[in-house]
Design a protein around this ligand. Sequence first.
Ligand code: TYM
Length: 359
Amino acid sequence: MTEHLRVEQRGEAGEARLDPAGPEAGPYVRIFSGVKPTGHLTLGNYLGAVRRWAEVDQYRADALFCVVDLHALTVEHDPARVRRLSRQAATLLLAAGLDPGRCTVFVQSHVDEHARLSYLMECVAADGEMRRMIQYKEKSTREAARGGSVRLSLLTYPALMAADILAYGTHEVPVGDDQAQHVELTRDLARRFNQRYGAVFTVPRAVVPAVAARVMDLQDPAAKMGKSHAETSGIVYLLDEPDVVRKKVMRAVTDSGSEVTYDRVEQPGVANLLDLLAACTGGEPAELAGGYASYGALKRDVADAVVELLRPVRERHAALCAEPERVDAVLREGAARAGAMARPRVDAAYAAVGLLPPA
Ligand code: TYM
């Protein structure tokens, strides 16, 4: 099946077809997903998204994975840091196992179609639905409380994200739980566009993992483990040294009481550790709980499991850092391939809304 998809993936005719989801298209599946270089990638990014891309998605579909650098400009940013983090994220995607022979890995700003289509999405979206996005509400409320304001691009961010996805005729968007609302909005925009201007876009769906869809901060189990948080002691980064990982896990906030049970409401700290263990070892969190008489023993096993999970990624990352030209070549080829995939659909969208094609 993978071979069949790969043929379809690279075929010229496949690229030109605007809606590969038609009955004639058979089992063709296109996947798009991305990471934003606003911080070092975390265990949350890995378990919620990247690991699945590498272990499953690239083998079962025609998949594109993107370092979405334009999204990193929606918040206060240091240009040199964004540049550094973009390269690091791309290198980590390859270190995690993405194979450029099987999938397309690229940087968003290298493909103009994203920004081109984003403007049309802004013309289809309503102000109110953008303001309802949880991430916008949270960040803008926090800034307002400090007397500051947020960038306009933070509000329009979901239009760019919709463009990222829709430009490729994407069927599935493998993401963690926090991105599901943005994908839901993308679906609405695709349907609305198609209704108003003709069937240009495939309506995509979010695919969220069964375990570790929302890895929580080890110091604050009520908050998502997020790469741009200022307080880092509860965040495991993919490039943390093993003893740092161990320390962070051993110091994780647990709950009052001493019994190990899987209860996300009453025992969110312990539940988070059990989720991590399950994600690393493949078990069921509730069943794993039965094997522990103390929090300490659970933490030790989680620390070991996370260290072992990340070891090969760190090692491959170090090796790839010694060959920067290899990463450059992957990104160059990826952008060329992605641009060729997106252009016909974005051109069709421009024509559909009434923009005069260039003579
Ligand atoms: P970003 O960069 O915040 O996160 C990248 C991916 O990691 C997942 N994730 C998590 N999963 C589980 N637990 C966590 N604590 C955790 N933290 C992050 C995210 O759900 C995501 O799948 N807006 C997106 C980037 C984006 C995108 C796209 C994604 C832009 N355009 C198009 C898919 C398709 C974001 O900020 O992800």
